[in-house]
Design a protein around this ligand. Structure first.
Ligand code: ADP
Ligand code: MG
Length: 701
């Protein structure tokens, strides 16, 4: 097939043709030879070994067993008619079953002969069986060597199967394509890296990932391809980081002035934790260099990120700059605004709130105050991003819950000032290390890994519906002590109608159990007008109501230290980080707090694991790791950023070591050759310049 290469359209592959090409494009986005080559198997059927019958397990994939057929016969009538065989080896006995092709199978199988069978074992009534196994007479002379391999399994779809492109069909295409194209595949990593990291060449890796002849070959191929994926992401991220520090001049915050000092000595209501102090020091160092700061601040719920953000903003003010703080929801923006006002007290710092519901007139005044410099801090939702919002001298942008903001949105904030503002990005809950290194690899990372002293760990319980009365009783006890209670219901788009019904039923139930005038209930959900939400919220904040029934709108930010109980209804339907966020709404004061997870008896395995994890630990970092394993990185990062997580093979929950290796290697390379001008790094330079299309990452924090 001369003249053909990786970029040849897929229809030119022997055995494809226009029709198949069409479904391949539509179903799998395979347009070129290269796309097919990188359509990797998603698992392998292990034909490298034989299993003994007593080694079978219910969760094994299809496996090979060598044994003797000792009986064969039809049982059942009409539709339940089937052919059943007894199959033994020296460790046990199992059943083989056929529902179709019964007559033909019965004729062709020989009782008393030794067969190599292949199929998925299932456990039924304490005995293993296989349905429709592949049967092959065992020939000791031939040793059935042809079967000793790992067979690739490719993802396919119903549509593809109609065109004979099931896993076997795709395998045939790969068999046509790979053996000759593997030689055409260019090496992407310099030889010195292959050597130092013990990686096999790319072409060979592609060949072996599709057709491994043993486990070692497969592992070497996977390692090579995974490493490459992770390596190039890090190369790009760290290159951008280097560019930022070299290219962009940042505000120089070299003064710790009166505002900061007065706040620190007179207004700070508590001593800072060691972790908060450390992070502030890191920020001080960053903003002291004359380069732009791009820092990610990670910390668990309640670890005290807000005060760190405020003190950084005061630093900006002391150095003649303005600051803004952006939150993903209106409620959270309001909450921040109020807590900042509260912390500031009578310090001469002006703070204002801007959100979607800010009236036009007020908005105009805000704009003016920003432009003439009389406004120091602006808190808001993404209304802040709008072009009409211009600052006199914006020196710092704090972004809370950053994963909800799109890359483009953040870039706009950068451009609000001729000298780009320092960026402090805060996560709502911790994110796993690997994900942080990948998603925010171009940011410096600070971690608050310590909760303020005196916090009592929240006690978490999982209760079933049958314990509801007990739960109500507990609520009454806590309310009698003067505490407040949250009750949260899921409200999920896909099942919104049903969820709203549950919410209504739940509210009815609660008003019956907790009647006026003794009890008062606030109700807040996403369908309400912002004004009404705010009103209900404030009633709870002020302690006028004891119970707050809400959907996940309260997920982030709400701060009511007197609330000690968080009840989560249908807890199995929430994601782990969501549950952890919700739990973080309590335990904010000095009292012992509780989180009660209510669920039905029917739980999926994942659901069970989520609830168990919540009961087991309060540690947000540990929860984040489990969440990553359960959900995969794409979901956690959100759709906005899944682009850079376009990993085909590498898995951020299991390939931590490889990622760290790749990152260290890249760090070393840039240290030694920051412009990648050395001849040995030519391939890397080429790779980066090819990538320089689309979004300009170096403009984004
Ligand atoms: P988060 O990191 O979740 O944003 P917050 O900044 O909202 O946490 O802080 C949670 C609560 O802890 C607030 O009420 C805050 O005033 C309080 N807090 C913060 N830092 C300390 C500290 N060092 N000592 C005691 N309380 C603190
Ligand atoms: Mg917060």
């Amino acid at each position: 097939m001369t003249g053909y290469g990786l970029h040849t359209p897929i229809e030119y592959l022997k055995g494809v043709g226009p029709q198949k090409a069409d479904v391949l494009k539509k179903e799998l986005h395979i347009f070129t030879f290269n796309d097919l080559v990188t359509h990797y198997p998603f698992r392998y059927i292990d034909r490298t070994r034989y299993y003994k019958i007593n080694q079978l397990q219910a969760d094994l994939p299809a496996v090979q067993v060598l044994g003797r057929l000792i009986s064969l016969g039809q049982i059942g009538q009409k539709r339940s008619k089937r052919l059943v065989a007894q199959f033994v080896d020296d460790t046990g006995i199992m059943e083989l079953v056929w529902f179709q092709g019964i007559r033909w199978m019965e004729k062709s199988l020989k009782v008393g002969s030794v067969y190599l069978i292949f199929g998925k074992p299932t456990l039924y009534n304490g005995q293993f069986s296989m349905t429709h196994p592949e049967m092959e007479l065992y020939n000791p002379a031939k040793k059935n060597i042809g079967n000793l391999s790992l067979q690739p399994v490719y993802s396919s779809t119903e549509k593809l199967k109609q065109f004979f492109l099931d896993t076997k069909g795709i395998q045939r295409l790969q068999e046509t394509l790979i053996p000759w194209i593997a030689k055409e595949i260019e090496e992407t990593l310099p030889t010195y890296i292959l050597k130092s990291q013990h990686l096999i060449p790319k072409g060979l890796a592609i060949l072996h990932i599709h057709f491994p002849s043993n486990m070692a070959e497969l592992q070497a191929a996977e390692r090579r391809l995974k490493f490459e994926e992770l390596f190039f992401i890090q190369l790009k991220l760290l290159k951008n980081k280097l560019l930022q520090t070299n290219k962009f001049k940042g505000h120089l915050f070299d003064q710790v002035g009166t505002t900061f000092n007065t706040f620190y000595t007179k207004h700070l209501p508590f001593p800072l934790t060691q972790a908060q102090k450390r992070v502030l020091k890191e920020i001080r160092q960053d903003t002291h260099t004359g380069a732009q700061m791009n820092r990610l601040l990670q910390g668990d719920v309640g670890s005290g990120k807000t005060v760190v953000a405020l003190m950084t903003m005061l630093l900006a003010i002391d150095n003649g700059c303005q600051a803004c703080m952006m939150a993903p929801t209106e409620i959270l923006a309001q909450q921040h605004y109020h807590s900042l006002l509260h912390l500031i007290g009578d310090l001469p710092v002006s703070i204002k709130l801007l959100s979607g519901s800010t009236p036009k007139k007020e908005r105009k005044e805000l704009h003016e105050a920003l432009m003439n410099g009389s406004l120091d801090i602006l808190v808001g939702t993404h209304a802040l991003i709008e072009d009409t919002v211009q600052f006199l001298n914006l020196g710092l942008v704090v972004i809370d819950e950053q994963h909800r903001f799109g890359v483009e949105q953040r870039a706009k904030l950068w451009r609000k000032n001729s000298i780009p503002p320092h960026m402090l990005v805060m996560t709502a809950t911790p994110i796993p290390r690997t994900l942080a290194m990948t998603l925010y690899g171009d940011l410096d990372i600070s971690v608050i890994d310590e909760l303020p002293a005196g916090r009592k760990p929240i006690k978490t319980l999982h209760l079933f519906e049958s314990s509801r009365l007990r739960m109500f009783g507990f609520m009454r006890e806590e309310i009698a002590k003067g505490r407040q209670v949250y009750v949260v219901y899921p409200l999920i788009k896909e099942s919104e109608k049903l969820d709203l019904m549950h919410l209504e039923a739940g509210i009815e139930n609660l008003t019956r159990e907790f009647p006026l005038p003794q009890y008062r209930i606030s109700i807040v959900h996403g369908k309400m007008a912002a004004k009404d939400k705010e009103f209900e919220m404030q009633r709870f904040v002020k302690g006028e109501t004891q119970i707050m029934v809400a959907t996940t709108v309260i997920e982030v930010g709400v701060n009511v230290p007197n609330a000690t109980v968080m009840i989560i209804e249908n807890a199995e339907r929430f994601g782990l980080s969501q549950l952890h966020q919700l739990r973080g709404r309590v335990g904010r004061g000095g009292e012992q707090s509780y989180c009660i997870l209510m669920s039905s008896h029917k739980l999926s395995n994942d659901g069970k694991l989520r609830l168990q994890t919540m009961v087991k630990t309060n540690d947000g970092f540990e929860i984040a790791e489990t969440d990553l394993q359960l959900r995969g990185p794409g979901d956690i990062a959100g759709t906005q950023q899944s682009g850079i997580l376009d990993l085909k093979l590498a898995d951020l929950s299991t390939d931590q070591l490889l990622l760290q290796e790749a990152r260290n290697l890249v760090l070393g390379i840039f240290k030694d050759d920051s412009t990648l001008d050395q001849p040995k790094n030519e391939l890397l330079r080429k790779h980066l310049s090819r990538q320089n299309t689309g979004i300009s990452w170096d403009k984004i924090s």
